[in-house]
Design a protein around this ligand. Structure first.
Ligand SMILES: C[S@@+](CC[C@H](N)C(=O)[O-])C[C@H]1O[C@@H](n2cnc3c(N)ncnc32)[C@H](O)[C@@H]1O
Length: 214
């Protein structure tokens, strides 16, 4: 049996993520449609200016799906059946949706160099193994293709950094890792940083636009 502090320091793993999102799924849209709106809007604006086949990794309940332009083909994956079921129900029959599948972004069944654009919004702090996920996002992106990440990246110092360190012990319950610097995703693959935007609300989120070398 885990005591309180063992439980709080327990690492975020796949089963913790599934348990957390089984709890979040029924209320997710109600709580997160507002605070995460700007990140989704900014990402989709970039994506809609591109062409081809788009993968949204960690698509969740599919809140971004109705925002994608009709000229794109969209595939969405999520680890959580509880989240994905809601996306399928609401948007599965849209013309530009190719497939919505339960799949681990750290171990995808898609072939190499498959997608023109790959996006992961509010996902990298949630996955048990971000290194593996960023490598997989790179692998399935075509040479010359775009990867867009939106996330809250933790501060290096100051009050916010202290708060994020304090919240870390509750990561497995919240289903995300509050202490997550940008270096967890940058410089670990051949993806190069093309652009960076700070997003509302309160500059809490950052959009990173990365390119896979041609
Ligand atoms: C904070 S939610 C974001 C959902 C959606 N992107 C949005 O903008 O609302 C994080 C999502 O990532 C999913 N997730 C966590 N780990 C994953 C993994 N290894 N592979 C795929 N999805 C994962 C969760 O199930 C959850 O639906």
């Amino acid at each position: 049996m885990l005591n309180g502090s063992d439980r709080d320091s327990r690492k975020l793993d796949g089963s913790a993520v599934l348990a957390a999102y089984a709890r979040w799924a029924p209320v997710y849209d109600l709580i997160f449609s507002g605070p995460l709106y700007w990140g989704r809007r900014a990402t989709v604006n970039h994506v809609n200016a591109l062409t081809g086949h788009v993968l949204e990794a960690g698509v969740g309940t599919g809140m971004s799906l109705p925002l994608y332009a009709d000229h794109l083909r969209i595939s969405g994956i999520d680890l959580s059946e509880d989240m994905l079921r809601r996306a399928r129900k609401k948007y599965g029959s849209r013309r530009n949706i190719d497939d919505l599948q339960v799949m681990d972004a750290g171990e995808m069944s898609y072939p190499d160099n498959h997608f023109d654009v790959v996006v992961a919004m509010f996902v990298m702090t949630v996955v048990p193994d971000p290194d593996q996920v960023i490598r997989e996002l790179e692998r399935v992106t075509k040479p010359g293709g775009t990867v867009i990440l939106v996330n809250h990246f933790s501060a290096d110092k100051g009050l916010r950094a202290a708060l994020e360190r304090g919240l870390k012990r509750f990561g497995h319950r919240l289903g995300w890792n509050p202490e997550f610097p940008k270096s967890r995703v940058l410089g670990r693959t051949f993806l190069t940083l093309e652009g960076e935007e700070t997003l509302s609300p309160f500059k809490l989120f950052t959009l990173l636009r990365l390119k896979k070398p041609a």
